[in-house]
Structure formats: C-alpha cells, structure tokens
Design a protein around this ligand. Sequence first.
Ligand code: PRT
Ligand code: ZN
Length: 283
Amino acid sequence: MLRIAVQKSGRLADKSRQILQDCGISFQQNGGKLFSRAANFPLEILYLRDDDIPQYVEEGIAQLGIVGRNVILEKGRKVEEVRPLGFGKCRLSLAVPRDQPYSSVRDFQGRRIATSYPAILSSFLQDKGIGSEIEVISGSVEIAPGIGLAGAICDLVSSGSTLLINGLKEVETVLESEAVLIRHRSFDTEQQRYLEKLLFRLDAVQKARTNKYILLNAPDASLERIAGILPGMKSPTVMPLATPGWSTLHSVVAEDDFWNVIDALRDAGAEGILVLPIEKMIV
Ligand code: PRT
Ligand code: ZN
C-alpha cells in the first residue's frame, strides 16, 4: 500500500485530487476526513496542511506527497522531487515600493526584508554576498512596507495584482515554483512497482495536457512540407480525401508552440484545421 499526502484545502487541494483522478484512481472526496482509500489502486490519500507534507514524506508516514516547491525548499526536509505537476505555478520574488528607484540586488544590502520564506531568502542573499535583516512574518507580507515594518518584501507572486494593489514592484525572482510530486527516499519492492505504475499514468496524463490532436486537409503537393511541421508521435497519418489531389492529415501538436505551428501550416497550404483535446497519451 502506498500513501500520498496532499493539501487538505487551499490553492493546491482541488488540482492535487484531480490529477489522481485523471490517473484513473477513484476515491471518496475529502469532506472533512483526514484520509481516504482509493477504491481501485493500492493508495491511501492523507489530507494535511501543506507545511506538514515534506515532514510526513521525509519520515515515511506518507511515501509520496504533492506540495509547492517553495514549501519543500523552505522546510529543508530530505525528500526527492519526482515530477513537476504543471499547476500552482508562482515565483518567490523580492519587491520594493513602486516609487523607489531600484538598480540591482545590491540595493538590498543592509535593508530589512519581510518574508515567510526566511530559509530560501537567506540562502539567496548569501549566494549574492548580500547582508540584509530578515523579518519573519507568517502572512500579509505585502503590507509590511506600508506599515513601516520593512523596506522590502519577499513573497509569492502569481498574477502580480497583490503587489500592484499594495504599491509594490517585483524586482528579483528568488525561486520559480509549482506543485511537485515528492517521494520518500526508500521504497520496498512492491511500493516501487506501484510507484512506477502511478508515474506511467501520470506521464500519460501530463503529455495529453500539453498536446492537442490536430486534423487538417491539404493538397497532396504540400503534404511533405506539412509532415515536416507536424512529425506526430511516429509520423502523421495521411488519408486521401474524396476530392482528387487532396488528403487529410492527423497528428499531434504541442500546446506551448501551438499558434506558431498553426501559422506555418496555413502558409504551407493547410485548410479546414481542427484541433481537439487528448485525454491520455501513451508513447
Ligand atoms: O492551509 P495551508 O497551510 O495548507 O495552505 P497555505 O495557506 O499555506 O497555502 P495556499 O493554499 O495559499 O498555497 C499553497 C501553494 O500554492 C503555495 O505554497 C504555492 O506553492 C502555491 N501558490 C501559487 C501560491 C500562489 N500561487 C499565490 N499567489 N501561494 C500563495 N499565493 C499568494 C501570495 O502569497 C500572495 O499573497 O497570493 C498572493 C499573490 O498572488 P497574486 O496573483 O496577486 O500575484
Ligand atoms: Zn501552509
């Protein structure tokens, strides 16, 4: 039996449960419970405060966990990052009052910085050879400069609107973070087998999320060029259309380069382009 620790409630909670369900693992939703057992996979799900997850995994109470990279590094627990999961993306950044001039990270020398991430921040400053005073607070970090507690802050940023509302500007990125799957250092043979099974499913889910299925029509003369733009998993499927001299081509396209690929396909003579989501992708 494997045990995975996920956030009970908060920004990562829903997506952590969703990704397990996308891996075909079904379990009763939380509803105030501290744990549930999957019906069709040897997995127990523990629901915790995100801050406690690295400790549970380090100690082997749970063999796996889903938590933000920022929390793992701050807690300094010995756990291994297995996969980035593509959600909960944010960055830990230094910010100063907007009306204050800023030239380089050296500006932080001798300044007081408020943060809930003292460990990550001090190692960043130490790397840069900068000595600052770190004021540790557990929340509402963004108000610290306004009330005179500190001259700068180091906090998580996603859209940037919290900084904007509080008259602050982001000046340095200390860490890029997202939700990650972590593991305990040792697994027995059977746990290892189930971990591999889970990772196989996770990879299929992740690949499906970052790719789209694409169908298009093209004159036969353009097919070679289009196949060069859309190599597919092995090579694209090509089938003749009822109209002589035309074919339909099916392939996959990566989400991150999507619009550039579409432009190139249109330039190459593609028409009637359809793009569909993929549910699972096993290569
Ligand atoms: O109760 P528990 O301890 O489990 O949860 P929590 O309150 O400590 O954490 P929670 O649920 O707020 O966040 C969990 C994880 O989500 C964090 O550890 C990050 O890995 C990730 N994450 C992603 C974020 C953000 N984006 C984020 N924007 N965590 C916090 N924020 C906060 C930030 O602190 C700031 O106050 O949102 C504000 C900034 O957001 P923008 O959009 O205005 O820039
Ligand atoms: Zn927390």
